[in-house]
Design a protein around this ligand. Structure first.
Ligand code: NDP
Length: 477
């Protein structure tokens, strides 16, 4: 027998097809509370969409350690080979709104939550190892320039290239964005990168710097531009559908986690700032070390509850993992939890998809939508005489030596924004170079010659051939 429909208060509903009316022609009676609740709840179905990474898809999975890295980190997740930890991964595009197409040229978000026994660890990365900015003060301006024109509400390449002409630090990421990897073939055939520099701390309390790489074990596959444009019209949810259906077919996608390690001493002596998010650490000097395998093997039961309400922050790191001076990381440590508090409310971490699988003992209380037991009868201050949870100094990180004048240091001074973008360009095949420069020239077609020239000068400094090809494709001398 089917269950009886009820109101949210659990009261059985006798009629769900016809409103309560005075006579068959109406009007409707205000006492039809079921009608009122139904309309009122419907009006409130949307929560603020993420300003960036609004369109996403996610799945649960398992991380398995395959190699020993305990010499670098005491994090329990890596404590022994074969150890398994549950995870949730949310993929996304960045600039498009919630209804936008999955096949747009855009970086892809790669936001991972490990439910470790020492609390949640979030690696909130992208499918690119670098980013457009190295200073969080510029982030809102950069995103505004890529989003919609305030007057027309349309995207406008003039604003995009105007901003970039004044931000050469973006060239490395621009090169990745307009390369074939700028439109991955769904989410399974792309890499993920932690992008920032983080730290590992071992059981002797020694620190090294670390970068995280998740290499797709399905290989890299990208969409040709014409196919991506077609799919944007015929199947805008292409990437999410591909992920969901592959997991339903039990074709579980996997990524090999690898790390690059740099000692504190190497960082002090390195030829560029290793904490600069616009740069990679060359593999030849900092080889990738194998760590483990991440497999996605379970689809969510409910998109809103699990994918939309999933909340990630790079500030969630377990003992054995720490931060670095990376300025963008420092900005995100604030901005991400702040975005979740705004989007989901102050108790967002108690939602099932966000709740740690380990015990939570805190004195935070109350706040809107506090839907767990709110700490029950236990008192809510510390220090206390009732045996409540206390700090444990064994989890203290080693001190980090910092020096320098407090100032607004110009990050372009003595900084090379061009070589690594050029290195990537020089690595590409002739056909890849041709597609990259055509993609860039294509979006520059409608902007002024002055703006074209300014940007081409930057590409020429990466590699004369790079700028030269774009200029030729725009018919410039
Ligand atoms: P390597 O030759 O050791 O590494 C080159 C890397 O480039 C490989 O990881 C490869 O990834 C990746 N790659 C290939 N095509 C593209 C593309 N269109 N977009 C982005 N990445 C691509 O060289 P280096 O370490 O000295 O780095 C050279 C350049 O490679 C860098 O300037 C950077 O742009 C890029 N790169 C470097 C990474 C690093 O951490 N060092 C990471 C990713 C890119 P795959 O193996 O998956 O094919």
């Amino acid at each position: 027998m089917k269950k009886t429909l009820t109101t949210s208060a659990g009261i059985p509903i006798s009629e769900n097809q016809h409103s309560l009316t005075s006579g068959p022609r109406g009007p409707v009676a205000l006492q039809d509370y079921h009608l009122i609740e139904k309309l009122a709840h419907f009006n409130r179905e949307r929560i603020p969409e993420r300003v960036v990474h609004a369109k996403g898809s996610g799945a649960y999975g398992t991380f398995t350690v395959t190699h020993d890295i305990t010499r670098f980190t005491k994090a329990a997740i890596f404590s022994k080979i074969g150890k398994k930890t549950e995870a949730f991964l949310r993929f996304s595009t960045v600039a498009g709104e919630k209804g936008s197409a999955d096949t747009e040229r855009d970086p892809r978000g790669f936001a991972l939550k490990f439910y470790t026994e020492e609390g949640n660890w979030d690696i909130v990365g992208n499918n690119t190892p670098v980013f457009f900015e190295r200073d969080p003060l510029k982030f809102p301006d950069f995103i505004h320039s890529q989003k919609r024109d305030p007057q027309t509400g349309y995207k406008n390449p003039v604003r995009m290239w105007d901003y970039w002409s004044k931000a050469p630090e973006a060239l490395h990421q621009i090169t990745i964005l307009f390369s074939d990897r700028g439109i991955p073939d769904g989410y399974r055939f792309m890499n993920g990168y932690g992008s920032h520099t983080f730290s590992f701390i071992n059981d002797k309390n020694e620190r090294v710097w670390v970068k995280f790489h998740f290499k797709s074990m399905q290989g890299i596959k990208n969409l040709p531009v014409a196919k991506a444009v077609e799919l944007a019209g015929t199947d805008p949810d292409y990437a999410g559908r591909d992920l969901f259906e592959a997991i339903e077919r039990k074709e579980f996608p996997r990524w090999a986690l690898k790390v690059q390690i740099m000692t504190e001493r190497q960082a002090e002596q390195f030829r560029f700032d290793p904490f600069d998010l616009t740069k990679v650490w060359p593999h030849s000097e900092f080889p990738l070390l194998d760590v483990g395998i991440l497999e996605l093997n379970r689809n969510p039961e409910n998109y809103f509850a699990e994918v939309e309400q999933a909340a990630f922050s790079p500030s969630n790191v377990p003992p054995g993992v720490g931060f670095s001076p990376d300025k963008m990381l420092q900005g995100r440590l604030f901005a991400y939890p702040d975005a979740q508090r705004y989007r989901l409310g102050v108790n967002y971490q108690y939602l099932p998809v966000n709740r740690p699988h380990s015990e939570v003992n805190s004195y935070h209380r109350d706040g809107s939508m506090r839907f767990d037991g709110n700490g029950g009868r236990q008192d809510n201050y510390e220090p206390n005489g009732f045996g409540g949870p206390v700090q444990n100094e064994s989890f203290k990180d080693p001190a980090l030596n910092l020096s320098g004048t407090l100032d607004r240091h110009d990050s372009h001074k003595d900084n090379d924004d061009f070589t690594q973008a050029g290195n990537l360009y020089r690595m590409l095949s002739e056909e890849e170079k041709d597609r990259l420069t055509s993609n860039i020239a294509g979006t520059m077609k409608t902007i002024s010659e002055d703006l074209q020239t300014k940007n081409i000068e930057h590409f020429k400094r990466c590699d004369p051939d790079y700028g030269g090809r774009i200029a030729a494709k725009l018919g410039l001398d």
